[in-house]
Design a protein around this ligand. Structure first.
Ligand SMILES: C[S@@+](CC[C@H](N)C(=O)[O-])C[C@H]1O[C@@H](n2cnc3c(N)ncnc32)[C@H](O)[C@@H]1O
Length: 278
């Protein structure tokens, strides 16, 4: 089937166009923070942004991508989102990937305060301390979304959750899971405990094994840095340290893999106990 070309807007060919410059500066964390906006690359991310009211502020597309993704361009226009058609060279300037997919959106920051999350009586929360790899953080967002977590708290010592690599790895979950950013890990743990949420430190060297731990209650899982794990003074803040048993010879699990295992163990136990909300 031959598709009709998407309705062409005027083609932006210049990298110094005002809209292009405003989008390109979002590659830098300081400018993202100043504008409270981030870039979401690729059709899947754009589709998820379109599904959330107010989550897509602008759409950039090459003419080819507009033809491939007519549904997204039409949905954006129907939602009165400005659509900018740009050349491949301009797209390469804005995109933060080596091989851009020809379509990207600009979204407003989505984080909420920890108090807002706590007001919803969360039963499953992720707390990341010193997570530095954006791919890992995005993958954890995706796993948390899949496991039905109520929030992901990315504490102030961690990578920027609005980093393009992170949002891309989240495969759209950045638009699904409530996010808390920039809070201090100690304050986070204290507030979670005060709200009656048990804080579990995921540690390869912990005494308690995952399968022997009662996971039916509301839980917040605390995960550490990819290279050096949780510093003792942070791990000690938790109610309990829990390890995923290593049956083979691996020293530990990758951070995102450990998170997926722990979150699903909690989700399963809570569901079997009938304690989950969905
Ligand atoms: C790659 S590990 C860090 C490895 C580091 N050598 C250490 O001593 O913790 C990154 C994070 O994943 C989690 N993790 C990895 N393997 C785990 C396991 N077997 N049990 C529980 N958590 C684990 C922990 O939260 C850890 O801080």
């Amino acid at each position: 089937m031959t598709r009709a070309p998407a309705t062409p807007g005027s083609l932006i060919t210049q990298t110094h166009h005002a809209r292009v410059k405003a989008a390109r500066r979002l590659a830098k964390r300081a400018f993202r923070a100043a504008d409270r906006r981030f870039v979401v690359e690729g059709p899947q991310g754009v589709r998820e942004a379109l599904a959330e009211p107010g989550a897509l502020l602008e759409l950039f597309t090459t003419p080819d991508a507009a033809t491939r993704h007519q549904d997204l361009v039409s949905a954006a226009r129907a939602a009165t989102v400005p659509v900018h058609t740009v050349t491949g060279a301009v797209m390469a300037e804005i995109a933060q990937t080596v091989t851009p997919q020809g379509i990207l959106g600009i979204s407003p920051f989505r984080d909420v305060s920890l108090d807002v999350v706590l007001a919803g009586a969360p039963t499953l929360v992720v707390v990341l301390a010193h997570a530095r790899d954006p791919g890992n953080v995005g993958t954890i967002l995706r796993a948390a979304d899949a496991a039905g977590a109520d929030a992901v708290v990315v504490t102030d010592s961690s990578v920027d959750v609005y980093n393009a690599k992170c949002t891309r790895s989240s495969a759209g979950s950045v638009f699904h899971v409530p996010l808390v950013v920039g809070v201090e890990v100690g304050e986070t743990v204290t507030k979670l405990k005060d709200a009656g949420v048990q804080v579990l430190a995921a540690r390869a060297d912990a005494e308690a094994a995952l399968d022997d731990t009662d996971l039916r209650g509301a839980a917040a899982w605390l995960f550490g840095n990819e290279a050096w794990g949780l510093p003792p003074e942070v791990a000690d803040l938790a109610d309990l340290g829990v390890r995923v048993p290593i049956y083979g010879r691996a020293e530990s699990l990758n951070l995102a893999t450990a998170a997926a295992v722990c979150l699903y163990a909690s989700a399963r136990a809570q569901r079997q106990a009938g304690g989950c909300r969905t």
